[in-house]
Design a protein around this ligand. Structure first.
Ligand SMILES: NC(=O)c1ccc[n+]([C@@H]2O[C@H](COP(=O)([O-])OP(=O)(O)OC[C@H]3O[C@@H](n4cnc5c(N)ncnc54)[C@H](O)[C@@H]3O)[C@@H](O)[C@H]2O)c1
Ligand SMILES: O=P(O)(O)OC[C@H](O)CO
Length: 304
């Protein structure tokens, strides 16, 4: 919607033919974005073979579905593939760029991430995002092509930093929701966000990312948004968990799978990720909220 309003011709693909018919007829996604009209220059299809052969392909599906989806789409080989998903693949512990490289060897991976609720962007609210691409020329072209008067893209070549910021902030957002849901208060949430940010930066740097990327929109920016807004599904999931001490297994959020993936990676590589480890343990019912809080509060005192 944002790109079409910015003047681009956009093809929207869905795997569900009934949904394609409904979207084409109503010119709205009434379930997900009620009240937002699809501009005329958006065409809808359920036939992936009919998408234009030129231009970037934005991949807007959940992270845990990305590898399986790409493996079944040989037609995307050689394309510029822009992952909009935020997370780490639980099966392989890879981020989206690595999944793209493995499944579509000749594609150019890029990451579009940063603080943004789909509903805000679709309603034309001003938004700033990070576009990460290791290839400078392609990154510049994407930055120009995907920016609009109200959607401002900053560019980086630090793909690892950008994708880890987006993945890890979801875990900290669940933790922030737990803090609020359990009634620990806003001061505790600020402490958790700050130590969560330290944890995110530590891991990202150990995996080759630049600390300044984590300080940008894809890390700090998205951490602030997701830990403080009840529009966030990850925050709301954590809040419900904090209030009730348990969660509905039917409700899935990106941060839950990513918490488990990061806890696994941290154990393998010896990364110190105490908040993420607690969230993974809470989700696996290996600890209670009281025990998790006590464990974090009784860690050895240290320099900031
Ligand atoms: N919604 C937001 O505000 C927002 C903002 C920024 C980033 N993101 C990220 O974008 C990604 C997608 O988020 P979302 O809110 O659109 O999620 P979603 O659960 O609504 O899924 C998006 C679409 O992917 C489709 N899908 C699921 N599995 C599929 C598969 N195997 N093959 C093809 N299509 C499939 C779903 O049917 C749905 O239409 C997530 O990683 C999320 O973190 C979302
Ligand atoms: O609703 P959430 O928690 O998945 O967050 C959506 C976006 O990632 C916010 O930038």
């Amino acid at each position: 919607v944002a790109l079409a309003r910015g003047g681009a011709a956009v093809t929207l693909w869905t795997r569900d033919p009934d949904q394609a018919t409904r979207l084409s007829a109503a010119r709205q996604n009434r379930d997900r974005l009620p009240g937002v009209d699809l501009p005329e220059s958006v065409s809808v299809t359920a036939e992936i073979g009919t998408i234009p052969a030129e231009g970037p392909v934005l991949l807007a599906l959940p992270m845990q579905q990305l590898a399986g989806f790409l493996a079944a789409q040989p037609g995307l080989d050689g394309r510029v593939l822009v992952a909009c998903c935020k997370g780490i693949d639980l099966a392989t512990l890879e981020g989206p760029a690595s999944v793209i490289r493995r499944t579509c060897a000749s594609a150019t991976p890029a990451i579009l991430t940063g603080p943004s609720f789909a509903a805000d962007i679709a309603r034309g609210m001003p938004t700033a995002l990070t576009l990460a691409c290791a290839d400078v020329a392609r990154g510049e072209a994407l930055q120009r092509g995907l920016s609009t008067p109200v959607l401002r893209l900053y560019r980086t070549t630090d793909v690892t930093g950008a994708e880890l910021g987006g993945a890890l902030k979801n875990v900290i957002a669940i933790a922030a929701g737990v803090v609020i849901g359990a009634g620990f208060g806003d001061s505790a949430r600020a402490a958790l966000m700050t130590r969560g940010y330290a944890e995110m930066t530590r891991m990202a740097e150990a995996l080759g990312a630049r600390a300044e990327t984590l300080a940008g929109l894809s890390g700090f920016g998205d951490l602030v948004l997701t830990c403080t807004s009840s529009q966030s599904r990850n925050f709301r999931f954590g809040e419900a968990l904090g209030r009730r001490g348990t969660f509905d297994p039917a409700v899935t959020v990106e941060g839950a799978a990513t918490a488990r993936a990061v806890a696994k990676l941290a154990a393998q590589r010896g990364f110190e990720m105490p908040i993420t480890r607690m969230i993974a343990a809470l989700l696996d019912r290996e600890t209670s909220i009281e025990e998790a809080a006590e464990s974090l509060l009784t860690r050895p005192l240290k320099q900031e």
